[in-house]
Ligand binder design. Structure first.
Ligand code: GDP
Ligand code: IMO
Ligand code: MG
Length: 426
């Protein structure tokens, strides 16, 4: 069976969690390969909502292995809170099915503190609007080769040395640059010890588990977090997250080769949203933007912030298709567009007097593009009960067909509501 990668095609919150939960039924294992608890993935099953930040969105399916790959930055306290919450609902979160790669990086209290200090001294127009979860500073330490890896939680002496070394440098910044109280390395160490003890049974070799699932004929589902335009290299830098969100990183971040990635599904919200700062060409500041925000309940699942809303931008989607080699789309939140007289699609940008089909590469380029729109008639019908493509109004079918034409990628799944059941598979 084909291994499947799920990525967000826009700026996150496209509905990855819902689609991963739906496809997990067919999988042997579900693996997170980048990001951390900056993610918020929402699943709704039979009306009951479950928001996950770190645990793979396959956890509601008994027996499926839930893996956290080496590419993830893991806040161990958040992991434990999340499994405690799931266990209280009767969900199996035993170490037999949940594994954390020994090589995953650990988010420490000083990473969260650094994240918030860095943001607090930035001017309003240079703030990234991070989630404050310590993601960037943890990846910095990884790249600087001083990070704490999950396996270190089982090695108290190494752990202590790494904390002492890390704080030697960071405390200088805390005290002298940010004017906050420096941290006592011994206190940080004592605080993490009981947490480390609880994490130990979950440590494992995620790479070899993936290999075993495939050898047994099982499918592995790779669950992306964030979106392609938040990618550290390919996104709207510097208003991005600190990991590679592109599909290719599923291999590196989970511990397998690129030939293991067969189907690549891009999750495509029927309009665009963004949380935090950064350019957003099709952002709406009028009643339509408010309608999308309200009808789509567009509030961040992690920070509760209002999501900025706008029309679908096929320029960024086209680039996503190219960067990720998408085999198909899952189109989500189509129901939110019901009731609009007119629906606009951005088909190209005007940039420096020319029409361009892909985003500009310069740092400030995206802030200076002008969207070129096409207009399509909307539909008034409630489509949440549609279960086959033919149930959709003609105008909705036309909208889907136009997305396929503009991207040269087919729409294989259409989501018409938050619930697992509110889905059309073509
Ligand atoms: P993720 O981060 O990509 O997993 O997405 P989020 O969970 O942060 O945000 C997507 C939101 O839209 C969640 O509240 C979902 O329950 C909801 N959702 C997903 N698909 C649909 C859909 O087709 N229609 C509607 N109305 N809501 C959806
Ligand atoms: P999911 O997986 C939407 C955004 C933040 C900020 C920028 C950098 O739910 O789609 P960070 O804390 O990562 O350093 O913040 O990235 N961001 C997200 N936006 N959905 C997410 O995840 C996000 N994760 C990070 O708002 O603009
Ligand atoms: Mg989200």
């Amino acid at each position: 069976m084909s291994n499947t990668v799920i990525v967000g095609t826009q700026w996150g919150d496209e509905g990855k969690g819902k689609i991963v939960d739906m496809l997990a039924q067919q999988a042997g294992a579900i693996v997170r390969f980048q990001g951390g608890n900056n993610a918020g993935h929402t699943l709704v099953v039979a009306g009951e909502q479950c928001i996950l930040h770190l645990i793979p969105s396959g956890v509601l399916h008994p027996g499926k292995k839930c893996l956290i790959g080496n590419g993830v930055v893991l806040d161990p306290e958040v992991f434990l809170e999340e499994i405690d919450g799931l266990a209280a609902k009767g969900i199996d979160v035993s170490p037999e099915r949940m594994k954390i790669s020994n090589k995953a990086q650990i988010i420490m209290s000083y990473h969260r503190m650094m994240d918030n200090c860095r943001e607090s001294v930035k001017s309003d127009d240079s703030k990234i609007g991070t989630t404050g979860r310590g993601i960037g500073p943890c990846y910095e330490d990884k790249m600087n080769r001083v990070g704490i890896r999950a396996a270190d939680l089982a090695d108290p002496e190494l752990l202590r040395t790494k904390i002492v070394d890390a704080l030697q440098e960071k405390n200088v910044l805390f005290k002298n640059l940010f004017n906050v109280e420096p941290l006592d390395p011994e206190a940080v160490y004592q605080q993490i010890l009981p947490v480390a003890e609880r994490i130990k049974p979950f440590l494992g070799d995620v790479s070899s588990i993936i290999q075993d699932v495939n050898k047994d004929g099982g499918m592995v589902l790779f669950e992306g977090a964030q979106g392609i335009h938040l990618d550290i290299d390919h996104g709207t830098y510097p208003f991005v997250t600190s990991s590679n969100t592109v599909a290719g990183n599923a291999a590196a971040g989970a511990g397998c080769g690129p030939r293991s990635l067969n189907r690549i599904i891009g999750i495509l919200k029927a309009y665009t949203t963004r949380v935090g700062s950064g350019p957003f060409a099709t952002e709406l500041f009028d009643n339509v933007g408010e309608t999308l925000q309200k009808n789509g309940h567009e509030f961040g699942a992690t920070t509760g912030r209002r999501r900025r809303c706008g029309w679908l931008d096929m320029v960024i989607i086209r680039e996503t298709a190219r960067l990720c080699d998408l085999t198909e789309f899952a189109l989500t939140k189509l129901d939110v567009l019901s009731g609009l007289d007119e629906i606009k699609i951005c088909v190209a940008y005007k940039y420096r007097g020319e029409e361009v089909a892909y985003p500009p590469q310069e740092q400030n380029g995206m802030a200076h593009v002008e969207p070129i729109y096409e207009s399509m008639p909307g539909w008034t019908e409630d489509i949440t009960t549609a279960r086959s493509y033919e149930d959709l109004p003609q105008a909705a079918q036309n909208y889907i067909a136009r997305i396929e034409e503009l991207s040269e990628v087919k729409v294989a799944i259409v989501s018409v509501g938050p619930d697992r059941a509110e889905t059309i598979v073509r």
